[in-house]
Design a protein around this ligand. Structure first.
Ligand SMILES: *Cc1c(COP(=O)(O)O)cnc(C)c1O
Length: 376
């Protein structure tokens, strides 16, 4: 019997989203209309934070965060090499120096001990990433920020709804970001948002999002060096509806993750995804297993290949940032510099993961995965 392909991810769009977007199209407001405020309000309420500023992407949100902090070229920002490339690229956009430190092997997030060791007089900020939705240790990182007077930016682009000690990630630092690409927990097609409790930063960021315009000023008065990082009304209407559905969406994702845990937990060749904190507070972005430590990159590649032959899409998450060709060329990074990150990158395999992944699809994924590993 030929099996139908199982995709890596798939958005969850209902009639409600379709109606919300259609409604916008029958109004004259396709950008900077009422849905922008509605969406931002929904995010503020959901994340329990005073300000949310919607942007055209998660990368744009991160970029505005870095721009708003008045850092100077050459200032150092400590961050993780185990992330999606955007969290580091935005530092380069602003001529800041990314200082990578290796990750904690159990959480795959920034290791506070290594962060402290990397602090120099030039360090001005810590850019935390909550990888795969699993919260980083915000207690320890915020303590360091206080002790050394550093700014904190949280890349929560993979972690909407994840909590650390009951508080939403993305709301601990000066600024946090969310992202809404179609593979994220919730989507606006393209889109992102900045979260903050600081009024002044919120005003600067919403001004820079809209070409440097102040909300009270004239349309052609540009008060700041700005960008067009706006999010259209159609995207905002879609997002507003997805926020309403977030509790249901995250519940479904937890159920899929639990199903995988049960089927894979007894295989000594497979390490389950990291989760450092209270399981109920984890917002699942992706489900990334790792092959046991005695395996190598070529084994993961072989498993990846066999899964592809069985029409099961898997992902290689993350390709470490310091090993990307641009970073190697510019900074001279090589293999061996961040061994924990490299091992996680070499042995990680993201399994198909989306709200409607069925029991039989999950079984097919797990059977093929176990069989592929057995053949190594
Ligand atoms: C998705 C993501 C982003 C932002 O991505 P966009 O495609 O620009 O929305 C940033 N950081 C991390 C860690 C991400 O996973």
């Amino acid at each position: 019997m030929a099996h139908s392909p199982i995709p890596l991810s798939r958005p969850d769009i209902t009639e409600m989203e379709i109606e919300a977007v259609n409604h916008v199209l029958s109004t004259p407001y396709l950008s900077l209309g009422p849905e922008l405020g509605n969406f931002e309000q929904a995010l503020q309420t959901y994340c329990q934070t005073p300000y949310a500023i919607a942007t055209s992407s998660g990368t744009a949100a991160l970029h505005l965060c870095l721009r708003s902090l008045n850092l100077k070229p050459g200032d150092e920002v400590i961050t993780t090499p185990f992330s999606f490339i955007a969290s580091s690229n935005v530092l380069l956009f602003e001529h800041l120096v990314p200082v990578f430190v290796d990750i904690d092997p159990s959480s795959l997030n920034l290791d506070p001990k290594r962060v402290e060791q990397a602090i120099t007089p030039k360090t001005k900020a810590i850019l935390v990433v909550h990888a795969f939705g699993n919260p980083a240790n915000m207690s320890a990182l915020m303590d360091l920020a206080k002790k050394y007077n550093l700014r904190v930016i949280e890349d929560a682009c993979e972690a909407i709804g994840s909590k650390w000690n009951g508080q939403n990630v993305g709301t601990f630092g000066d600024l946090g970001t969310l992202a809404f690409y179609p593979n994220k927990q919730m989507t606006t097609g393209e889109g992102g948002a900045v979260l903050t409790a600081k009024k002044e930063l919120a005003e600067t960021i919403s001004c820079m999002r809209n070409q440097g315009r102040k909300p009270t000023g004239h349309w052609l008065d540009m008060e700041e060096l700005g960008y067009n990082y706006r999010l259209s009304e159609m995207n905002c209407a879609l997002g507003k509806t997805q926020v309403v559905r977030l509790p249901e969406i995250l519940h479904k994702r937890t159920a899929v993750a639990t199903r995988y845990d049960q089927m894979l937990g007894d295989d000594p060749n497979i390490c389950l995804p990291p989760r450092t904190h209270h399981p109920a507070d984890m917002s699942w972005f992706v489900y990334v297993v790792r092959l046991a430590p005695h395996f190598r990159l070529e084994h993961r590649e072989s498993v990846f290949q066999k899964m592809a032959e069985a029409h099961i899409a898997c992902g290689r998450y993350f390709a470490p940032i310091h090993l990307q060709p641009y970073y190697r060329r510019r900074f001279g990074y090589q293999r061996g510099m961040f061994p924990i990150t490299e091992a996680a990158g070499d042995l990680g395999l993201a399994l198909p993961f989306f709200n409607h992944l069925s029991q039989s699809q999950a079984e097919r994924v797990c059977e093929n995965l176990k069989a592929a590993i057995k053949e190594l």
